[in-house]
Design a protein around this ligand. Structure first.
Ligand SMILES: Nc1nc2c(ncn2[C@@H]2O[C@H](COP(=O)(O)OP(=O)(O)OP(=O)(O)O)[C@@H](O)[C@H]2O)c(=O)[nH]1
Ligand SMILES: [Mg+2]
Length: 452
C-alpha cells in the first residue's frame, strides 16, 4: 500500500519523538530523506543506525536521528517499515515528518498503521481494538482487560463459539443432503446445540459488558428535588467545592460532571438540576438535561430532603425509572431520626442516611455505591467489548434466537441453518475472517490516534 508517515509520540515538548513510516517503497522514501553510512534500504532489519535527516528539496540538514527498519511481513503493519527517533519538541519533529511527506509519503490517518496490520492479517479486529483499549485505559485494571484482547485470549474464546456454530451448520447441511426428512431426534439435538451455544455467547457478552465499565467508566447520576443537597453531596464525594451550593432552589442548571475512581472503577459522577416544574426557561432546560442524563446512566443516587416529610415526587421518580437507585436521605442533622417516617416503597431500594454538609454517612453511601457497581459490573470479568464488538455479538445472538424460534415453530431446518450461518458471519467479522466493508473499518479505526 502507499507509503504513510506519522508522528507516533504525542505532540509537545519531550526528550525524543518517534516517527513511523510504512508501505511499499518506504525504503526509497527514507533513502531520500536520511543521510547515513548505510542507507535505510540497505540496512539490516531491527538494527539501530545513526543518520541525518535532510530536507529533500533544499538539502538542508534538519536533525540528527536514530533509525531502524522492519521488512515485510515481519513488522507491526506487515509491510516494510521505518521508525525514526528524532529530538523531541513540536517543531523539529514536525520538520522531520514534513521531510518524509515531501519525499513521497502521505500523512497517515488515525489508526491507519493498525488498520494495515489488520488488513495484512497480522491481527484480528478484536486484537486491533485491544491496542486502542490499552492506549486509552484509565486504570491498571483497564490495562489488564485490554491485554486480554491483545494477547488473543478474547479472540480464542470467540473462535471456540464460532467453530461450534460452523460445525453445527455443517451437520445440518449434511443431514439435509442425505435424507428426505430430518428425524425428530436430530432436530432435538440441533435445537439443544443452538440453545447451548447461545448461552455460551450470552455469557461472553455479559462478561464483555461488565468489563466495559472498567475500561470506559460507569455513569452515576445524582438526582432529586431542588435544594435537596445534591450539589453539596457531589462536592462532599469529590472532596472539593466543584459545584455551586446555595440555599436558593434551582441553583444547578447544567449537568456538572467529574471523573473519579470508586472501588477501583472509573466513574463519571454527575450533578444535575433539581427536578421540578418551572417557568424559568433556563432551569427548565436544565431539568430536561437532568432527565436525559438519568436515562443514560448506570446508577442513580436519589437525594431526599429529610426535613420535608413529603416524598410524593420521589415516589413518582422511583416508579418511573428503570435503573438501580440508592436513596440518600439527606440533612439528617436537622431531624430526629425516631420521628422520621420514610415511605414503605423506599424499602425496595438501598437507603442511606447522610448529612452531606457535615459528611456524616457519606462513607457508608460510597460503600453502597461500590457494592451496587460491582453487582452491575462484575469485577472478575476478564475483558471489555467495544460498542462495535458488542453490537456484532448481539446481532449474532439475535440470529441464534431466530434459529431456535423457527425450529420450535416447525419451520424446515434449512431456515434455522440460514440464521446460524448469519450468526457465524457476524462472529467471523469480529475475528476478521470474513469480508468487512471499508466504511465499517474506517469507523473502527478512526477512534485511534494518529501514528497508531
Ligand atoms: N443542614 C444541612 N443543610 C444542608 C445539607 N446538605 C445541603 N444543605 C443545604 O441545603 C441547601 C441546598 O444545597 P444544594 O447542595 O445547593 O442543593 P441542590 O440539591 O444542589 O439544589 P439545586 O441545585 O437547587 O437543585 C444549601 O443551603 C446547603 O447548604 C445537610 O446535610 N444539612
Ligand atoms: Mg445543585
Amino acid at each position: 500500500m502507499e507509503p504513510i508517515a506519522a508522528l507516533a509520540t504525542p505532540p509537545g515538548i519531550g526528550a525524543i519523538a518517534l516517527i513511523r513510516l510504512s508501505g511499499d517503497d518506504i525504503f526509497s522514501v527514507a533513502d531520500r530523506v536520511i543521510r547515513s553510512k548505510i542507507r535505510p534500504s540497505e540496512s539490516q532489519p531491527r538494527k539501530v543506525y545513526r543518520g541525518i535527516v535532510i530536507d529533500p528539496r533544499s538539502g538542508e540538514e534538519i536533525d540528527d536521528v536514530l533509525f531502524w527498519t522492519f521488512r515485510a511481513p515481519r513488522s507491526y503493519t506487515g509491510e516494510d517499515m521505518v521508525e525514526v527517533s528524532t529530538h523531541g519538541g513540536l517543531t523539529v519533529s514536525n520538520m522531520v515528518l514534513n521531510a518524509f511527506l515531501r519525499a513521497g509519503a502521505r500523512l497517515a490517518r488515525r489508526g491507519e498503521f493498525t488498520q494495515r496490520a489488520f488488513l495484512n492479517g497480522k491481527i484480528d479486529l478484536v486484537r486491533a481494538r485491544g491496542v486502542l483499549d490499552l492506549i486509552e485505559a484509565k486504570t491498571e485494571r483497564g490495562v489488564k482487560l485490554a491485554r486480554r484482547k491483545l494477547d488473543g485470549w478474547v479472540s480464542s474464546r470467540l473462535t471456540v463459539i464460532n467453530d461450534r456454530l460452523l460445525e453445527l451448520a455443517k451437520e445440518i447441511e449434511a443431514s439435509i443432503n442425505f435424507e428426505e426428512d430430518v428425524g425428530d431426534l436430530e432436530l432435538q439435538q440441533i435445537h439443544d446445540e443452538i440453545v447451548s451455544i447461545s448461552s455460551e455467547l450470552e455469557k461472553f457478552i455479559d462478561e464483555g459488558k461488565s468489563g466495559r465499565a472498567y475500561l470506559f467508566g460507569a455513569r452515576v447520576v445524582i438526582v432529586g428535588r431542588p435544594n435537596a443537597g445534591k450539589s453539596t453531596l457531589f462536592n462532599a464525594i469529590l472532596g472539593r467545592e466543584r459545584a455551586i451550593v446555595t440555599e436558593i432552589p434551582g441553583t444547578t442548571r447544567d449537568v456538572v460532571s467529574e471523573e473519579i475512581l470508586i472501588g477501583g472503577m472509573p466513574v463519571k459522577l454527575m450533578d444535575t438540576a433539581g427536578l421540578r416544574e418551572t417557568e424559568d426557561i433556563v432551569e427548565r432546560i436544565g431539568v430536561e438535561f437532568a432527565i436525559r442524563t438519568v436515562e443514560e446512566s448506570d446508577l442513580a443516587i436519589l437525594v431526599v430532603d429529610a426535613t420535608l416529610g413529603n416524598y410524593e415526587d420521589e415516589l413518582e421518580f422511583i416508579s418511573n425509572i428503570d435503573l438501580p437507585i440508592i436513596i440518600a436521605v439527606n440533612k439528617m442533622d436537622l431531624v430526629d431520626e425516631n420521628e422520621m417516617q420514610l415511605p414503605y416503597e423506599f424499602q425496595k431500594h438501598r437507603v442511606v442516611r447522610i448529612s452531606a454538609s457535615s459528611g456524616m454517612g457519606v462513607d457508608e453511601l460510597m460503600s453502597q455505591i461500590t457494592e451496587v457497581l460491582h453487582l452491575i459490573f462484575n469485577p472478575e470479568s476478564g475483558f471489555a467489548l467495544s460498542d462495535f464488538e458488542l453490537n456484532v455479538a448481539l446481532s449474532a445472538l439475535l440470529e441464534l434466537d431466530q434459529a431456535r424460534k423457527r425450529l420450535e415453530e416447525g419451520y424446515p431446518v434449512d431456515i434455522a441453518s440460514h440464521h446460524i450461518l448469519r450468526a457465524t458471519a457476524d462472529l467471523s467479522k469480529l475475528l476478521g475472517l470474513g469480508a468487512i466493508e471499508d466504511e465499517i473499518l474506517d469507523r473502527i479505526f478512526s477512534d485511534f490516534c494518529i501514528g497508531k
